[in-house]
Design a protein around this ligand. Structure first.
Ligand SMILES: [Zn+2]
Length: 465
């Protein structure tokens, strides 16, 4: 028998992950994310899904990033009534991410003069459909189709999803693959039991610096920024990157490698996400960190870190003289509290803006990273006199060589059974580059899928239909 795999998002694009797998009787959707670029939500996300939403039996999530979950409440509003499966940490994180997105979506819809992508009641209905499924537990979630999750080391709770039919034909989707070894999470697990794999390619054509080097560069950049005496802005992705930053900052300060200056975690979302990390860390972090938590209690808190949850606490940051560090979202500077601080501090030459993550083409963050002298933020054209530092290697994504290692571990010569690897969730050049290397270096069959395509997968063949 065969499985059909369709690419409805995340083909030729980093964001908007959305894949459909159909067996003889059942249909499972993997991820339902929004596509982001110059706007928080690209316009076509407001349109109809390209499949019959009501006929889908179940949705399985790889992880809680918005580009993997952000369109679910619209799916529910459009008639999806199946169960939504994810790991327990992903449930807690996805609930925070979706609630938080309501504000930004509302703002964007007002600006565009259209109805929001979804509203609070759609989010609440979504939560009622959630069921948790832990790693390494096989479960039938649609007629004739079972699912099995493995750790991908990308963010807390992140999972690859393997779907198998009654005849044993199996397809796996990696979601995002972690930049292992992560300071916090166990390394990604290989997928050795699938006929085909859809793997991410975000950094398919680029290398990250070694882990020790990224920590040294962060410390040196902060030292220079502190010496300039101004405000240090870190637009942070609230999920994972912020917790990594807090962990490294806490290490710098406890080793007395940096002078003690005020640090503000100025993001209600990041504050809540950090609490979820505190809750699940003892179960899902790597062993060495679990021991550290037992010894030290929290690994994310230190005495001069202030979490500014309320608006008043946030406003009061302005009165604190520099040097000071403000960590706030959104990570690509699409609105959020960082926008307010960027408007205020970027025209000041003593300010340092530290960029620590992927910036989508067209986003304000990408333009600043590429040296723009002015950028439009919160509807205001802002002159950039600040020093912009672009730090590499803090991505939560595997780089070129790590992705190749992941691919290799799934192939028959390493004991796996994967005959075809689809390179997706990347910019087209990165997807093509990774596919070429899988072919040239590993002798594997790699395909760069296109948006809207459907492929039929059996134990012996893969063909486009
Ligand atoms: Zn992700």
């Amino acid at each position: 028998m065969a499985l059909r795999l369709s690419f409805y998002g995340g083909a030729g694009k980093v964001t908007g992950s959305n894949f459909l797998i159909e067996g003889v009787r059942g249909k499972i959707l993997i991820d339902c994310g929004i596509e982001q670029g110059a706007d928080f939500v690209e316009e076509h996300n407001y349109g109809d899904f390209h499949y019959d939403v009501k006929s889908v039996d179940a949705l399985v999530l790889t992880h809680a990033h918005l580009d993997h979950v952000g369109r679910i409440p619209k799916l529910v509003r459009d008639g999806f009534r199946g169960k939504i499966y994810m790991t327990p940490p992903t449930r807690d994180l996805a609930e925070l991410i979706l609630r938080d997105s309501l504000g930004i979506l509302g703002e964007e819809a007002r600006r565009r003069g259209i109805a929001p992508l979804y509203e609070e009641q759609d989010v609440e209905k979504t939560f009622a459909l959630i069921e948790t499924l832990d790693y390494h537990t096989e479960k039938e979630v649609a007629p004739g189709l079972s699912v099995y999750l493995r750790n991908t080391g990308h963010i807390l709770g992140s999972a690859s999803v393997r779907i198998k039919d009654e005849d044993g034909v199996a397809v796996a989707l990696t979601g995002d693959i972690g930049n292992s070894p992560s300071p916090l999470l166990p390394d990604w697990e290989p997928i050795t039991d699938s006929d085909a794999i859809v793997m991410e390619s975000v950094y398919g054509d680029r290398l990250h610096p070694p882990h020790a080097e990224r920590v040294n560069t962060l410390r040196d950049t902060l030292k220079r920024a502190i010496a300039r005496g101004g405000t240090i802005l870190i637009p942070a992705f609230s999920l994972e990157r912020t917790q990594l930053m807090l962990y490294e900052l806490s290490n710098f300060f406890s080793a007395k490698e940096l002078p003690e200056i005020p640090i503000f975690l100025d993001s209600p979302l990041a504050i809540h996400v950090t609490a979820v990390y505190e809750k699940w860390g003892p179960t899902y972090f790597k062993k060495s960190i679990e021991d550290e938590i037992k010894r030290e209690g929290s690994i994310f808190k230190f005495p001069f870190l202030k979490q500014t949850l309320s608006r008043d606490e946030s406003l009061a940051i302005d009165k604190v003289p520099g040097p000071k560090i403000i960590i706030a979202g959104a990570g690509m500077s699409h609105g959020g509290r960082i926008g307010k601080w960027e408007v205020k501090y970027l025209p000041d030459p003593t300010t340092t803006l530290i960029i620590v993550g992927y910036q989508a083409p067209g986003s304000p963050g990408r333009r600043m990273m590429e040296g723009a002298t002015s950028v439009r933020l919160n509807g205001i054209e802002v002159k950039i006199k600040a020093k912009v530092e672009n730090l590499h290697g803090w991505s939560a994504h595997a780089d070129r060589d790590e992705l190749l290692k992941f691919a290799e571990a799934s192939l028959p010569q390493a004991g796996g059974r994967t005959k075809t690897i689809f390179t997706a969730i990347g910019e087209p050049s990165a997807e093509r580059f990774l596919a070429q290397r899988i072919h040239d270096y590993l002798g594997g069959n790699a395909i760069v899928p296109e948006l809207g395509q459907t492929w039929e997968i059996t134990k012996d063949s893969v063909k486009k239909i």
